[in-house]
Design a binder for this molecule. Structure first.
Ligand code: G3H
Ligand code: 13P
Ligand code: ZN
Length: 324
């Protein structure tokens, strides 16, 4: 069956432009929570409605094929209605995380995404500029906002992996932003994807000095932090106490994220912490009640744990509560 393109506006979604402008001015960051399934989405919306926080629903290429693009479109529309039903309509952005091709970005735009990331960070600089420009020119026709990336995070980004950080070079940012026309810029300052961000004994610091220099060069321009999970140790302990094997899982300190959120960082990406919260809750139920086999009995607690985590981030790290 031929799929009809749908605009995000028909789904009740918004792009990120105004949200970012307000967040930069107000010294807070918008949560960009990744999701793959219904319980994660429910938890995100419940947390954001309860705290009156705007939200970026973030979907990776892998998540999109896992959840199905058609279902996602309806879930996104449902998310907007669900928030309103809970009593607090919140601005909802549907964002492609780590788009790796022009075609994928176009396909997402046609299926209701209001924002896309084109991640050309692993390409030579001029190729990154050209690919990002191409996506921006296309996306802006539909008022879809675009995130680009300069610098490479250590760890795994969809199919791309890198053992070391390549920090963003501040001297490149003005040129990149002006040549590409991007709406926001993801930077590499020592955060990384996944639950193993630092080695034991390593100083778990991010390079806030590079962030400050980037801000000095492009004042007020919306900056995005990927790989910003904090890997709460109580969750790691719960997982390990119930049969899990996560050794030396270390994340970014919430103090450093708070500092970043107070600057031009206006979008903070969190996926791994949600995975940990969900896994800890499910392991606990299945370990303590081996007779349980109703998925609602372990996915329900997982959803509660996610909601609690998301509210904590909004209130104590990002500062986006009350900004809807
Ligand atoms: O940055 C990557 C996100 O955590 C998404 O991960 O590609 O496994 O869905 P994924
Ligand atoms: P974490 O793995 O630190 O949660 O980062 C998620 C992310 O950057 C998604 O793009
Ligand atoms: Zn990322």
């Amino acid at each position: 069956m031929e799929k009809m393109p749908v605009s995000y506006k028909e789904l009740g979604l918004v792009n990120s432009r105004d949200l970012f402008a307000k967040a930069v001015k107000g010294g807070y960051a918008i949560p960009a929570y990744n999701f793959n399934n219904l319980e994660q989405l429910q938890a995100i919306i419940m947390a954001c409605a309860e705290t009156a926080s705007p939200v970026i629903l973030q979907v990776s290429k892998g998540a999109r094929s896992y959840a199905n693009a058609t279902l996602l479109k309806h879930l996104a529309r449902g998310a907007v209605e669900f928030a309103a039903e809970l009593g607090t309509p919140v601005p909802v952005v549907l964002h492609l995380d780590h788009g790796d091709s022009f075609e994928l970005c176009c396909d997402c735009i046609a299926s209701g995404f209001s924002s896309v990331m084109i991640d050309g960070s692993h390409l030579p600089y001029e190729e990154n500029v050209a690919l990002t420009r191409k996506v921006v020119d296309y996306a802006h026709q539909f008022e879809v906002t675009v995130e680009g990336e300069l610098g490479v995070l250590a760890g795994i980004e969809d199919e791309v992996s890198s053992a070391h950080h390549t920090y963003t070079q501040p001297e490149e940012v003005e040129d990149f932003v002006s040549k590409t026309g991007v709406d926001s810029l993801a930077i590499s300052i020592g955060t990384s994807h996944g639950a193993f961000k630092f080695k034991p004994g390593e100083d778990p610091k991010i390079r806030l000095d590079i962030l400050a220099e980037i801000e000095r060069r492009i004042p007020g321009f919306p900056i995005v932090l990927h790989g910003a999970s904090s890997v709460p140790q109580d969750l790691v302990e719960t997982i390990n106490a119930h049969g899990g094997k996560l050794k030396d899982a270390i994340g970014i300190s919430e103090d450093q994220l708070r500092l970043a959120a107070g600057s031009a960082v206006c979008k903070i990406n969190i996926d791994s912490d949600g995975r940990l919260a969900m896994t800890a809750a499910i392991r606990k139920v299945l370990d303590e009640k081996p007779e349980e086999f109703d998925p609602r009995k372990y996915l329900g607690p997982a959803r509660d744990a996610l909601k609690k985590l998301y509210i904590h981030k909004i209130m104590n790290v990002l500062g986006s509560n009350g900004k809807a």
